[in-house]
Structures are given as C-alpha cells and as structure tokens.
Design a protein around this ligand. Structure first.
Ligand code: SF4
Length: 378
C-alpha cells in the first residue's frame, strides 16, 4: 500500500512540471469535456453530483481524447500496471425463473443450458484453489436465482464457502440475485468482500430487457449490500440494442449513488442462440473504450472490470481498454456459461503489456478510492 501511495505521490501534477502545464493548456476553451472533467476529477477527487448532460459530454468527446483523459485519471487513482485477475464460477447453473433477455440461463429460452443442482462444496473449494494457483485474487460465485428467499440450506452452504475461500486469502464475491437485509448482513459476517448485482442498462431501457424484476428492486438490493458494509459490484452490459443515451444513463445512475460502487463490470453482450437477443450485432471495441474511459473519469476509484465479451477482443484491443482505465479481467475457461479467454493467451498478454497481477484488497472497508485520489494531489 505504501508503494501504491508513493506511485500516486509521484504522479502528482505538481511534481511533474510538464504534466501540470499540459493541464493548463488542455482546459482552454477548446478543450473537450473529457479533458475538463478529468482535470476536475484529478483536482477535486470523486463526486456524486454528476448531471446526465455532463456525463454525456464526456462520453461524446473525441475518442482519442477520451481515451487519453481516461488514462490520466486512471494513473492518478491506481497503479496503471496492476490488473486484477478474478474468477467467476457458476455454482448453480440454469433453470432461472427471470426473463433477462441476454441470459442463456433463463428457463424461458431454449438455449441448451440445463438446470443443475447447486455444486458440491468440494468442487467449489477445489475451483477456488485452482483459481488462486492460477493467479486469481478474487473468486466470485454465481447462482442463477431470482433471489435467495426460501433457499436457506443452499444459502447457509454458500456462507460456508465464503468463509473458507476468504480464509484462503482471496477476495470473495457472490452474485445470487436479489438479497434481503438479513441475508446481506449474514454474508458480511461470513466475510464476503463484495456482492455483484448489475443494473444492466439505463432505467428507461431496462423494461426492454427484463420484466420480472424492477430497476428499483435492484437498487434496493444494492442498498442492503452497502448498508451491511459489503462492497458493491455493479455495472452493465452494452450491445443489448440500447442507445448511447442509455449507456450514459447507466453510468449516471452508478456515479450518483451515495457511494460509487467499488467495482464496475463493463460487459459486452455475447449473443447466445435461443435468447431474444440472439441476433444482436457485436459491439465495436470503440464502444467499449468509450464506456470504460467515461466510467474511469466519473468513478475514478472504482475497479473497472473488462468482463464478458473480452473473448472477442484481440490483445491490442484489450490494451486500449487497460489504457482507458480498465484494471481487472475475468480469467478461467468460462464466464458462467459462455466461453472465456485462453489462460495461456492471458499470461502472454500480461507479459507483452508489462501488466502485473493486482494483489487482493482484504481490508474490511475497501476504499472507493476517494481519499486516495484526493490525497494524491494533497
Ligand atoms: S441474468 Fe441472472 S437473474 Fe437474469 S435470467 Fe440470468 S441467471 Fe436469472
């Protein structure tokens, strides 16, 4: 951590004359919104009072300028060489009652994904050990459920997994659907680091994608998670047929939560045959970069995770995502039920790009980075 602080200290604009001068010229009247807001974020630290038009103008900045300023903010708030490797395991696959249009695990769609029982404890723990050996520092368990209500036995078993994996020195995350207050508190007691519950898209576009649970129900789960003292992991998916305005709407909701999520996964849709979104066109890398860099500028302290869809991106394309501000990937054969990047290719990418694996953050209160960003200028 001391080392991290010294990196941040080294990157103070005041300590780098040319860097500081650069800001003076870039914030002239011709500067893009990305330049202006990135300089403000670096100067003042994270904020929660973003307006939607402000985020939209960052998002609409010329792509290379947006990329550059995402990188600037990233280097002030994080060690730019560190990328966290996470592993996501589906511990209860398929048969889900929800109707999320992108999801092959919904029982409503004929995707060939079969409903399975919850994975046995030994299998889960073995997978966590393997993930750790392969360099993962965060282990996430996913279950295809609407919620955990009425699943006491399974839920108690998951609490045991959380305890055991946490004792292995890994961050532990769960994504189990909607939670109640008590369950969030139980997960916290078991040692859960973070709970993932994505908003997926903007409030306006959301009903086109899911009808079986509301946006507000999702926000309620996030509130229970936050109140229990668990880190919030919340992001979305692009490529669902949404507009740029919807992408901005999602980022606006996240960036104006009472505290920014510590973790923001940005997923690119993998269109799965049999789902209502099977014919969606794959998104372009530039769309991903626009999302990542904007997320980085408006939520500087968050871990921005380059998540589903990475399998479609080449190493140079992924490099641009890391430059824009992404600092985490999911490794392992599968991402829940869809294919993921090859392990050896990821190792080679780390080597070629000079990336280093980010160690786990095991403090009880993982910071959202606000103090650190502010103090890096202090
Ligand atoms: S995304 Fe989650 S809640 Fe939605 S259908 Fe898939 S498993 Fe169920």
């Amino acid at each position: 951590m001391l080392w991290m602080r010294s990196i941040r200290h080294t990157l103070k604009p005041q300590s780098l004359g040319f860097h500081f001068c650069w800001y003076s010229s870039s914030t002239s009247s011709s500067a893009s919104a990305a330049a202006v807001e990135a300089a403000r974020t670096i100067q003042d630290g994270p904020r929660n009072d973003w307006t939607r038009p402000q985020i939209k103008s960052i998002y609409d900045s010329p792509i290379l300028d947006l990329l550059f300023h995402g990188a600037q903010v990233h280097r002030h708030a994080h060690n730019f060489r560190e990328v966290q490797q996470c592993t996501l395991l589906s511990i209860k696959t398929g048969g889900c009652s929800e109707d999320c249009s992108y999801c092959p695990q919904s029982s409503r769609y004929g995707t060939g994904v079969k409903a399975e029982k919850m994975m046995k404890k030994d299998t889960v723990i073995e997978a966590a050990k393997k993930a750790k050996e392969a360099g993962s520092t965060r282990f996430c368990m996913g279950a295809a459920w609407r919620d955990t209500v009425g699943r006491k036995t399974n839920f108690n078993q998951i609490l045991e997994h959380v305890k055991e994996i946490r004792e292995m020195g890994m961050e532990v995350c769960c994504t189990l659907g909607m939670l109640e207050k008590q369950q969030a508190e139980d997960l916290k007691k078991a040692g859960l680091t973070a709970y993932n519950h994505n908003l997926d898209t903007s409030r306006e576009f959301y009903p086109n994608i899911i009808t079986t649970r509301s946006y507000d129900e999702r926000l309620q789960t996030l509130e229970f998670v936050r109140d229990a003292g668990i880190n919030v992991c919340c992001g979305g998916i692009i490529g669902l047929g949404e507009t740029d305005e919807d992408r901005v709407g999602l980022l606006h909701t996240l960036a104006t939560l009472p505290s920014h999520p510590e973790s923001v996964p940005i997923n690119a849709l993998i269109a799965v045959k049999g789902t209502p979104l099977e014919d969606q066109k794959p998104i372009e890398i530039w769309e991903m970069i626009r999302m990542i860099a904007t997320a980085r500028i408006v939520m500087p302290g968050a871990m921005v995770r380059l998540s589903a869809g990475r399998v479609r991106f080449s190493m140079p394309e992924q490099a641009l995502c890391f430059l824009a501000g992404a600092n985490s990937i999911f490794t392992g054969e599968k991402l829940l039920t869809t294919a993921n990047n090859d392990f050896d290719a990821d190792q080679r990418m780390f080597e070629v790009l000079g990336l280093i694996p980010k160690p786990p953050s095991l403090d009880d209160a993982e910071s959202d980075g606000s103090e650190e960003v502010a103090s890096s200028l202090g």
